[in-house]
Design a protein around this ligand. Sequence first.
Ligand SMILES: Cc1cc2nc3c(=O)[nH]c(=O)nc-3n(C[C@H](O)[C@H](O)[C@H](O)COP(=O)(O)OP(=O)(O)OC[C@H]3O[C@@H](n4cnc5c(N)ncnc54)[C@H](O)[C@@H]3O)c2cc1C
Length: 310
Amino acid sequence: MASKTAKQSLSHLERTAAEPRDETLHRVLLTNIDPVNPTIRLFRLSPVLEPGWRPITFLPGQWLDVYVPGISKAGGFTITSPPSLLQPPSNYLELAIQKSPSNPPAAWLWQEEERILGSQLQVRVGGSFVWPPPLLSNGESGVEEKGAGKATRVVFIAGGVGINPLMSIVSHLEQTAREAGKLGLVVKFFYTTRDPGPHTNPSEILFLERLISVFDTLGNEGQFQLFLTSGQNGGEEVRSEKHVVGVKGIEIQRRRIHHTDLLDALGPIEERKRTICYICGIPTMTDEFVEKAKNAEGMNEANVLSEKWW
Ligand SMILES: Cc1cc2nc3c(=O)[nH]c(=O)nc-3n(C[C@H](O)[C@H](O)[C@H](O)COP(=O)(O)OP(=O)(O)OC[C@H]3O[C@@H](n4cnc5c(N)ncnc54)[C@H](O)[C@@H]3O)c2cc1C
């Protein structure tokens, strides 16, 4: 297995060389930049409707190879919007990109807004960490595995910017629930991120407000829990307040996600063969929870899907 240092020096294209990716490179315009906090920006990319253009298609959870002007190697960034927003009248893909001066495409995207807004980029869709899940069908994939049946529960675990692919997936599920009146699926969502402190505006926690709205739509079929950890104490519990100033109606724990939280979320043992688990975050956290979920009694290993970035 490659060491951490060796892994970190791989570029996106090298790191994802074995992943499926489309053939077509699409031209897109950078139409909007929205700062979330001092280290994360949201970007909107809209297809250039030139003669011969082909529609971009993707599954929730996929990423883009992103070619920015003047840099020959693509950066890899995950689509955070659902496929429906790429249809008229919205017509855009959204990315959430962390400031990273050492990654040339990320550094380009973190220039002053006025310098880059309206620029033309090229993107290619790729990745296999997607909804619908490959094994259990939820009626969307059309590739229902013999005897596998339908998923009845989905558990999402997001750490930090690992929220990105999961935001696209739950936004898609929210839309399905809106259209059908219900989802027909239990959705448990754990989001762990650094505690921004008592004086920070909750809108600075990436996608928190959007997630609250998604789980409001899902109602009794969904449960969202936010875990805030402090960098200084290794993530152990330091305070007991179960709220963030300005955020109402969600459960907040100021501690790490425990293994027991995961086991509870996976559901009763006899029903776990229909549980899907999606995990995305930093490698140590992702590996820890993937192992725990795969080894949980009643779980099918193939229904534990993960993606880790660096
Ligand atoms: C599947 C996947 C999805 C991701 N999604 C997101 C996301 O949604 N948002 C987000 O902020 N980050 C995302 N990332 C992480 C992002 O691609 C970078 O890894 C991140 O910006 C950190 O960059 P880095 O330079 O610190 O390290 P790395 O990207 O690991 O790069 C290591 C070194 O390689 C060189 N290098 C890397 N890329 C290039 C290049 N294009 N041209 C020239 N040299 C290069 C640089 O010297 C760099 O220091 C994702 C990564 C993967 C694999």
